[in-house]
Design a protein around this ligand. Structure first.
Ligand code: IMP
Ligand code: MG
Length: 173
């Protein structure tokens, strides 16, 4: 059994403030397309892309699944939706909700590189550095957090909690 922590780890105001500065960094990079990893990054992607607000910035969604109804990664990353997206010679910004073991981002960057984009940079809202099992660092990070399972603001546990506006720790009871 799991329950939410008593107070959010990051409230809506803290998220807002960090997104504002992150958007300025991203704006300076002149990306052609955002590739957003569903489902966890749907809210982050909507909020950050509105702040970048560049008329020529395209957006596309791909799906990557490595978790079942568990808080532990199952290791293998399934990717779908990439085949329909034109990324050759484009400056790509890959956005995910959270960098945990690093397996998902590594697998995605490897697959995308084979499609010959002009460049690929990665951006994650949350980074759990202590959980990394592969040598991988995101180019842009919203917040570095401890090794706790978190939900809300798009992130789920067994598909629940995604619509909460804050980020909460999920505690075992
Ligand atoms: P990685 O492949 O281990 O880096 O895991 C990345 C993916 O696992 C993320 O895209 C999330 O979907 C999921 N994930 C990892 N940690 C958490 C968490 O604390 N809460 C919710 N989802 C998580
Ligand atoms: Mg994910």
């Amino acid at each position: 059994m799991y329950q939410l922590s008593k107070a959010p780890l990051l409230n809506a105001q803290q998220i807002d403030k960090r997104l504002e500065s992150l958007a300025q960094e991203l704006k300076a990079c002149d990306f052609d397309i955002i590739l957003s990893v569903l489902t966890g990054s749907y809210i982050f992607t909507a909020d950050i892309s509105r702040r970048i607000a560049c008329p020529n910035l395209q957006i596309a969604f791909i799906k990557a699944s490595s978790y079942g109804n568990s808080t532990e990664s199952q290791g293998k990353v399934q990717i779908s939706g990439i085949e329909k997206i034109e990324i050759k010679n484009k400056r790509v910004l890959l956005i995910d909700d959270i960098l945990d073991t690093g397996n998902t981002m590594c697998a995605l960057v490897k697959t995308l590189t084979e499609l010959n984009p002009a460049s690929i940079k990665t951006c994650v809202l949350l980074n759990k550095e202590s959980r990394r099992t592969v040598d991988y660092h995101a180019d842009f990070v919203g917040f570095d957090i401890e090794n706790k399972f978190v939900v809300g603001y798009g992130l789920d546990y067994a598909n629940d909690y995604r619509t909460l506006p804050e980020i909460w720790t999920l505690e075992e009871v």
